[in-house]
Design a protein around this ligand. Structure first.
Ligand code: 5GP
Ligand code: ZN
Length: 113
């Protein structure tokens, strides 16, 4: 899929609406369309990378994780706990090929991955 057609690139450019939770120069965080937990936010870099295996600059990875921690604070789950998960490729069921991490929480989770 070309970057022009990438749904998360369109969200990053504001061409498709989303419920933004946090945004800065390099990343944007917005609520997942089909939340699996009371808090379910996606953090993406504004620049397109397919996933973590796409030669992503390490500074940008740091910015994505930094934003995930901010999102947890904004959503009030930083003290109760949360997960930051990134699905990469086929076996992990990545469905949108634009690097993203899920920030999920707001209720107790199992101790399986
Ligand atoms: P993946 O399975 O690739 O790790 O996660 C993709 C996530 O993106 C899914 O949880 C799905 O619900 C979410 N998603 C897909 N399309 C949209 C959209 O247009 N807007 C929002 N907010 N989330 C989306
Ligand atoms: Zn994209």
């Amino acid at each position: 899929m070309s970057e022009e057609e990438c749904i998360f690139c369109k969200i990053a450019k504001g061409e498709i609406g989303s419920e933004t939770v946090y945004e800065d120069e390099n990343v944007i965080a917005f609520r997942d369309l089909n939340p699996k937990m009371p808090v379910h936010v996606l953090v993406i870099p504004k620049e397109h990378y397919d996933n973590l295996s796409d030669d992503v600059p390490e500074a940008l990875i740091g910015q994505v994780f930094g934003a995930a921690a901010r999102v947890a604070k904004i959503c009030g789950i930083d003290e109760s706990g949360y997960r930051v998960v990134s699905n990469i490729g086929k076996d992990a069921c990545q469905s949108v090929m634009h690097l993203h991490v899920h920030v999920i929480g707001g209720a107790p989770m199992g101790d399986d991955l």
